[in-house]
Design a protein around this ligand. Structure first.
Ligand code: VGL
Ligand code: ZN
Length: 203
């Protein structure tokens, strides 16, 4: 059973958003075209309270994209983004949601960041996404969405650890930093994941 995981396809990660991923909007047509090929489509949604500690605005004197430590973990300080209930946190109006059976939210704890759709960055708390996918009979997880070098990558790592077969659809994602994307792909391949293109699914 094949599941398509739509990672954080939200206004704030698209052009015009607070944490816009370069060319993020280029994935929308591909993601919509892929959905009919899957038995199950599930989405994640970055969903932060106001004043989340991953926001640079909560660290006076520190600038956006600076690296720091939060809860003993390396942390990039982000612009305020995906604040609960705002336009930026909403799914793109150009994303087809008709096949999305469940949405898993993450990043609600103000004290810790949560890139993966499965666990927070400290692996302290589960979203129950792994149990949900297993209960649905999923063996293969295909990942698309934003950003390739953060939430898509960390979700793929956790999916591997949860013993799913993992496929990253590389033309259905875009990265904040292209160097980070290359490193992420190499790491996923080394850990048993596969990197494919949408063509392989559509033909
Ligand atoms: C993300 C940074 C902060 C992502 C979320 O969806 O990749 N990146 N929050
Ligand atoms: Zn976030």
């Amino acid at each position: 059973m094949k599941t398509l995981l739509l990672i954080d396809i939200q206004n704030d990660f698209l052009p015009g958003g607070a944490l816009a991923v370069p060319e993020g909007d280029a994935i929308l047509g591909v993601v919509n075209a892929l959905q009919p090929q899957f038995d199950l489509v599930v989405a994640t949604q970055d969903w932060h309270p106001l004043g989340h500690k991953s926001f640079a605005s909560q660290h006076p004197g520190q600038h956006v994209f600076a690296k720091t430590v939060l809860q003993g973990l390396p942390q990039v300080l982000w612009p305020d983004h995906c604040v609960q209930g705002t336009w930026g946190a909403a799914f793109s109006p150009d994303l087809n949601l008709n096949k999305v059976e469940a949405v898993f939210r993450k990043g609600m704890d103000p004290e810790i960041d949560s890139y993966s759709g499965f666990y927070d960055n400290g692996h302290r708390k589960s979203t129950a996404l792994a149990e949900y996918l297993k209960a649905k009979g999923t063996q293969e997880v295909y990942l698309v969405g934003l950003a390739a070098d953060y939430c898509v990558y960390f979700s793929a790592l956790d999916a591997l650890q949860e013993d799913f077969q993992v496929f990253l659809v590389q033309d259905a994602t875009r990265a904040i930093d292209p160097t980070g994307f290359e490193r992420a792909k190499a790491d996923l391949l080394a850990k048993g994941g596969k990197v494919i293109s949408s063509q392989e699914l559509l033909s």
